[in-house]
Design a protein around this ligand. Sequence first.
Ligand code: IMP
Ligand code: MG
Length: 186
Amino acid sequence: MNPKLPKHVKKIILDKEEIHTRIKNMVENELNPDYKDKSPVIVGVLKGCYMFLAAMSEYINFKHEVDFVTVSSFGGETERSKRLKLIMDVNIDLHDRHVLICDDVHDLGKTTLFLKKHFELQKPKSIKVVVFADKKAPEHLKECQTDYKCADVENIFLLGFGLDYKENYRNLPYLAEFNFDALDNT
Ligand code: IMP
Ligand code: MG
């Protein structure tokens, strides 16, 4: 174990420099040309989005507004079988607007599919999804692909760069693999 890493971190998957290079490239090559003159509303999915959205913002050069939603999961035996509930909605009117949903990681795609259906009720001009990392889960919902992403990652539990383990470690500047060996003595 690397003594400098927190005990719940097994290894660093993407370091800070790599993360920022990938975000810069994605924004400059894809978002900036696609959203030029479209004035989208970027909707961050709390809490996990905050590191990614802040980093993306440094490179965005089109006019845009920012809003947030909070989605919580409830019921279900496992994390993945839980149902989703919107606990905070956007304040900006999305009718006739281009909407860009910004989330930290796409796992099954349930969160973004849920939000797309919810925002469609407001009849926006378009809805797209940008995520920092896309997991290659076999159960990944076919009907909800991401439109923009910075990294493809293994189907393992991750933490850091917005992602939490029991609400901790969101502030780590890197994306890391969770250390299951540390669970015994937490
Ligand atoms: P999905 O709805 O199955 O795509 O899951 C997406 C949400 O689950 C993300 O917004 C995260 O909040 C959470 N999540 C998925 N994978 C991880 C992980 O590896 N670590 C921490 N949170 C995760
Ligand atoms: Mg989340």
